[in-house]
Design a protein around this ligand. Sequence first.
Ligand code: ADP
Ligand code: MG
Length: 579
Amino acid sequence: MSILKRFIRYYKPYRGLFYADMVCALTVSCIDLAFPQILKTLTGGLFTRGAEEILHTLGLVALGLVVMYAVRYGCQYFITSWGHVMGARMESDMRQDLFDHYQRLSFSYYDRNNTGEMMSKLVSDLFDISELAHHGPENIFISLLKICGAFVLLAFINLNMTLILLAVTACMVVFCFLQNRKMQRVFMDNRKKIAGVNSRVQDSLSGIRVVKSFANEELEQEKFYESNIKFLDSKVASYKMMGAFHAGNAFFQGLLYTTVLVSGGFFIAQGTLRAEDLALYALYIGIFINPIDVLINSTEMLQKGYSGFKRFIEVIDTEPEVEDRPGAEELRDVRGDISYEDVSFRYDSDEAVLDHVDIDIQAGRTVALVGPSGGGKTTLCSLLPRFYDVKSGAVRIDGKDVRDVTLKSLRSTIGIVQQDVYMFGGTIRDNIAYGKPGATDEEIIAAAKNANIHDFIQSLELGYDTPVGERGTRLSGGQKQRIAIARVFLKNPRILILDEATSALDNESERHIQASLERLSKDRTTIVIAHRLSTIRNADEIIVIDQSGIKERGTHDALLAQDGLYAKYYNMQFEGLED
Ligand code: ADP
Ligand code: MG
């Protein structure tokens, strides 16, 4: 019921259109119901008179009928065109709502869900909805009107016979209802399976370079085949269901005709029905069988639309785990002091990634995190911009708990450069400007110069207007990284996180980038995670973290003197290199 209410809410902006559509639908059904009545009146009245009088009035009758059907034409046109437009608009509203909601959802949602499936919800699940939105109410309205109208008119001819017909029709409705519930399950399954196909395609195509490098095309084909076949099976099941449904209905229609004939014969024999009226009966049955058909077909549409809408609602009802608190303040005039106070954190599993961690970083200083892969360095950094929330303890910037400030203001004070650089489709200019939408050309060029990439961009034929290719495939790793750095220069945040920003690069590119990273971290509070320890020698403090927590902290020289874990790492990396 609440699902229906929420569906109806989408009609609200188009109320005018909806009512107009219904008025047209009403007109169309009245006109359809009127014809047998007109026929009856004519055969009973005018057509029994003299030939001259008939011919005299016939022109008038024709004119009246043509006008009537012209009105019907207008209404039908409105229903088909503007009714569909209304449905499409509602569908597009829903799609926008869903997309907006996807933008609100937190990292944890994306950890759990698959992009292909989400796309499927956004695109194909909502397809049937526009059909439902428009045809649903109108079909139900027209059909019910025609069926009720036909029954009332039939009751005037012979009440008993109409009651018998009503009983058969009731059986038919019960059959439809039962069959429908089964179909609903199958259609929901259909959607899940097509989402599976989508997610396979998405996964395989975005990893196509890995697929090819391993020559694993066949493996991918097999995996795709599997989900494709699952979808096929699900479709076969739904077609079998549809077959039983439609054939069952056709059978009931046959029963209706049989009932009319047999009960008609019975009542004629009894003398309660005239033979001419039986013919009229058959004519009316034709009028209400068609809407029953329509009604039945629209239940199928209803099922499809409903299961799509339900999946849509499931996403819309997912609350983002990280959101602004009511009354959250803007984080303004940030100095850049950072403190982690007794912070514990784990992901969905029970295993703690961070356990009672304390770290203080004074504004403008650089702290380096060092430790084995999987030790929780990236996780520690993710807590600062609230990609995830701490399970206990608090992360503060300038003494303010990050959970008490707005996400927008928080995230705009933090710049992140990671190992993986995501490039959006578009030009180099677009990708740099992502750090500050609406940036001027001068600002973009200044940022590119700071990131040591300006000269390279200038050397390209199209310069800043060079397309980067999907995910930046046309650029080298170092070039992408420098564009990412330019982005952050443009953003100009008070706080900077460098998470293995140079790890994926060769020594040559690393040296290039190191200079611009140093320029970037000047006068900003910086947390740097680096693989190569040479890059963090100058940090104000180095913190060594492993799975069990903070192991050592101090300056480079102090830690080397301590001859502990850090010294071990350091010597391991530089063994044989420094002499
Ligand atoms: P590091 O950056 O030090 O290499 P991470 O912070 O990335 O380590 O990971 C710390 C631990 O948390 C690892 O055991 C990793 O498997 C786990 N982990 C990282 N990200 C997620 C995630 N999104 N969901 C669940 N577990 C995660
Ligand atoms: Mg990491």
